[in-house]
Design a protein around this ligand. Sequence first.
Ligand SMILES: [Mg+2]
Length: 183
Amino acid sequence: MKSRSPLGRLRPDYFINSVYDIDAGWLKNKGIHRLIVDVDNTIVARDVIMPDALLQEWVVNLQNSGIELVIVSNNWSARVKQIAKELDLQLLAPAAKPLGAAFKRAIVMLGSNRGETAIIGDQLFTDVLGGNGAGIKTILSVPVSAVDLIHTKMLRVLEKFFLKRLSKKVLVDRKWQDVGARK
Ligand SMILES: [Mg+2]
């Protein structure tokens, strides 16, 4: 059962350094068979217009192992559409994360099994907050790039503040590190 406390709503179930830390075995081990994937700074940097071979391979390997994927982005630019098309994945955008509507639609697109669904994203206030609200598992990734939109930059400051309070993990050299002492 997910915590309903304000801080608990921001707590990711898992921390990863990159989507490439995750494969089908890792997901299935945690009961995850359906994945909602954020785009910007989760699978590509904001200035990337085409997915590279490594990303294509990551998607295909997951699909070949029976993991269902859908892309959910707050960004509805032609660039995001192009990336979804190149990856041959369904796209739900603009999603207005963390609001619940897009999560509900994505869960339906993925077969309506919330318990088997997770979101992977790089932002606490959109991906994690929304995913926790929707009752699915949440995976927070280190952003692919330090380049963010201005409003995201402001949210990053708040993110840092909350991460300190809800986790032992801190970002050092763009990697999660466990500081150990914090409860
Ligand atoms: Mg993002």
